[in-house]
Design a protein around this ligand. Structure first.
Ligand code: FAD
Length: 521
């Protein structure tokens, strides 16, 4: 049995593991893949902290920018907590080996991201997330933290509203396992993978931890707010970071004209591009930055554009399109990062702690996962010491085993992979950058139809060894659960705020100036 079991090995999970271990907890990190493959590794732009290394900045300005970006529905208390801790967090990471890019004076280099009133994002070329993840993982190995790799979270076990452990699928054997724990930190990432083929996210981003938490009584919040990033590569959705515009890149239409403020908030820039796309292609132009600058600061992005778009940004325009990027909503947690279920904590993109509100400021997610990751680790370790564990029995495990067995017996009349693609396109067109009641309701009907037909979309591969078809099928079920939560919440919010834009309610309405909640199972 563990004091602290962490679900997910991204930046949030690994930071939490280090701090709970420091508190003396027996800790393990469970993940469906391997730690260095978490989506955190894809982050390019940077991590915010008001260090003022390049130009004058202050913690108050950071707080103000974050609150403004949140559409005024972020929690001032949580935002202040995170922004005040940012310089410490960035330096803590440096102390364990993070290779930040440097200024000529040897200070941590910083750059400007959209919506920020100062140059604030600390970075490591355009490999910021990758370097963060590797630094944390190295430290976890030094601290001898236990990893349970290739184990897929299925359900949480809860008794009398107290967490008892998690049931997972061993992907290698397809056997299920009940892992007992006195507290659990969900750090399993967001759910923008729902916008399949129209997202910067990986296929792992199906919000499994959020869906499992909902099933055991944790409320979700702000599920209608999904951030679209203005500059995904047109063919693949792969991200070209905001830092390209921060460094002076232009957005231009087919006539070569600039049509918007490139460094406005992501929602505004995405909508401007979306409208412009009706008249033809839109491009990011960074040619004038020069080869030397591009290779120094954006080597990865240049390579991605060459490999996946077939163009070299040094002397060609980059065709782009806005794509789903970040889910602001998730497991609703309190100031201690605990959900409504006792001992079940949530941190990182899977959680809604009040720091992003209706729209996340670029550079604040990496900050949240590290700063609050440490906090979640401390709090869960303390929680686990506060009571004696009583055994939970095997009833819930038996019903999960039965569920897996039943999946093997489902018919395979409909191909769920086709439905997953259909769903991605449907959400992008009808529940994406611009929303409207009729389209949202039509999409909800489609989701409910897919939920009804789930048992007709069984497995094509019925093997018992390393069955990725089984894992993806279960992920698809979670996607449907969260897709419904998104739609129901979006229908209810009859206004426009941050990333949630309703063409039928284009203005902000003070009747909605608060978090929204969702608890339908
Ligand atoms: C391309 C890209 C660029 C970005 N750039 C920036 C940036 O510059 N600055 C910034 O602040 N933010 C950026 N972001 C956002 C930021 O990177 C993420 O929000 C953040 O890294 C999420 O971290 P996390 O630890 O919460 O989740 P993740 O890194 O997504 O990790 C989730 C973990 O959970 C595991 N998991 C998921 N489901 C299960 C399951 N069922 N069972 C077991 N394990 C499971 C995964 O395998 C993974 O280990 C970017 C995002 C993307 C996609």
């Amino acid at each position: 049995m563990y004091d602290v079991l962490i679900i997910g090995a991204g930046g949030a999970g690994l930071s939490a593991a280090l701090s709970s271990k420091k508190e003396g907890a027996k800790v393990a990190v469970l993940c469906e893949s391997y730690p260095t493959r978490a989506q955190t590794s894809m982050a390019q732009g940077g991590i915010n902290a008001a260090l003022g290394n390049v130009e004058k900045d202050s913690i108050n300005l950071h707080i103000e920018d974050t609150l403004k970006s949140s559409g005024e529905i972020g929690s001032k208390e949580m935002i202040s907590k995170m922004c005040k801790d940012a310089p410490n967090t960035v330096k803590w990471l440096e102390s364990i080996g993070m290779p930040y890019s440097r200024t000529d004076e040897g200070k941590i280099a910083q750059r400007k991201l959209g919506g920020a009133s100062s140059i604030r994002a600390c970075y490591a070329q355009d490999f910021t997330g990758l370097k963060i993840l590797h630094t944390l993982y190295d430290q976890c190995l030094k601290e001898d933290i236990e990893f349970l790799n290739e184990k897929f979270l299925l359900e949480f076990v809860v008794q009398d509203n107290l967490i008892k452990g998690a049931i997972c699928l061993d992907i290698r054997t397809t056997e299920t396992e009940f892992i007992k724990a006195k507290s659990i930190i969900v750090a399993s990432g967001g759910f923008s993978g729902l916008y399949y083929n129209f997202t910067t996210n990986t296929n792992q981003s199906t919000g499994d931890g959020i869906a499992a938490a909902l099933r055991v009584g944790a409320k979700l919040s702000n599920m209608e707010f999904v951030q679209f990033h203005p500059t995904g590569l047109k063919k693949s959705g792969i991200l070209i970071s905001e830092s390209a515009r921060g460094a002076g890149g232009y957005l231009v239409n087919e006539k070569g004209e600039r049509f918007t403020d490139e460094l406005g908030p992501r929602d505004r820039v995405s909508r401007a591009i979306f409208s412009e796309l009706e008249n033809g292609e839109v491009f990011l132009d960074i040619r004038h930055l020069g080869e030397e600058f591009i290779d120094e600061h954006m080597p990865q992005e240049r390579k991605l554009a060459i490999t996946y778009e077939g163009i070299d940004p040094v002397d060609e325009l980059i065709p782009i399109s806005p794509v789903a990027h970040y889910s602001m909503g998730g497991i609703c947690v309190d100031e201690n990062l605990m959900s409504l279920v006792e001992g079940l904590f949530g941190v990182g993109e899977c959680s809604e702690s009040g720091v992003h509100g209706a729209n996340r400021l670029g550079g604040n997610s990496l900050l949240e996962i590290l700063s609050f990751g440490k906090l979640a680790g401390e709090n869960s370790a303390k929680f686990s010491k506060s009571y004696d564990y009583k055994d939970a029995g095997t009833k819930q495990h038996d019903s999960v085993k039965k569920f897996i067995q039943e999946i093997y017996e489902y018919e395979n009349r409909e191909n769920f992979y086709e439905n997953r693609e259909l769903l991605g396109e449907l959400f992008y067109k009808k529940a994406g950058i611009i929303k409207e009641e009729k389209a949202l309701k039509e999409t909800l009907l489609e989701v409910e139809k897919m939920q009804e037909n789930y048992t007709l979309m069984g497995l094509g591969d019925r093997s018992r060894v390393y069955n990725t078809n089984l894992v993806e099928f279960i992920k698809f079920k979670n996607t449907l659960t969260l897709g419904k939560a998104l739609l129901v919440s979006a229908i209810k919010r009859k206004e426009s705020r941050g990333a949630h834009f309703r063409s039928d309610f284009p203005n902000t309405d003070e009747n909605f100036d608060h978090r929204s909640f969702y608890d339908e199972v």
